[in-house]
Design a protein around this ligand. Structure first.
Ligand SMILES: [Zn+2]
Length: 166
């Protein structure tokens, strides 16, 4: 098992995790609320695992050069360009580390600089919305709104993977 730790201060940032060989397919959305009343999608990765996302993830989202293009800025979610005729495309970092949001509960804090408001949770459209409680470094973006995926993406440069020797 591995632990993700803050690259800046070394603080542990989640439960022990096992690396999956590939990022799983994003699960079908369920209709209606989850048993706990939340409405987010099923998590892309199971509890206790993480996977590398080879695709760009998270902010910034930039206008697609083709105004006729109509694709998704984040998985399953198309975002119209507020300043132009087309849609936004993701230009965030590749190789983010995708974990189950519940595996970071109690290990991360909301980014006090983040003001984004979602329907049911943070949409993850305005940059890293989770910080290291030890040093305040922006380390991850949590996607938990009902319209998109349910994933927490660690920035590849903000964390280190260490062996869990316990
Ligand atoms: Zn830190």
């Amino acid at each position: 098992m591995n632990l993700l730790v803050c690259a800046a201060c070394g603080r542990r940032l989640g439960e022990p995790l096992r690396l999956l060989p590939v990022l799983p397919e994003r699960p079908e959305r369920t209709r209606g609320p989850n048993p706990d009343g939340s409405r987010h999608a099923p998590s892309t990765v199971p509890r206790g695992t993480y996977a590398i996302d080879p695709e760009p993830s998270g902010a910034p989202y930039v206008p697609h050069p083709d105004p006729e293009w109509c694709g998704a800025a984040l998985p399953g979610v198309a975002v119209a360009d507020p300043d132009g005729p087309g849609f936004l495309v993701c230009a965030g970092p590749r190789d983010t580390l995708v974990v189950h949001p519940e595996d970071t509960r109690g290990f991360l804090e909301p980014n006090p600089a983040s003001t984004e408001i979602g329907c049911c949770g943070p949409p993850g459209q305005q940059g890293p919305n989770r910080v290291c409680p030890g040093c305040g470094a922006e380390v991850a973006t949590m996607f938990a709104d009902c319209s998109g995926p349910y994933e927490t993406h660690f920035l590849p440069d903000a964390v280190r993977v260490v062996a869990d020797t316990e």
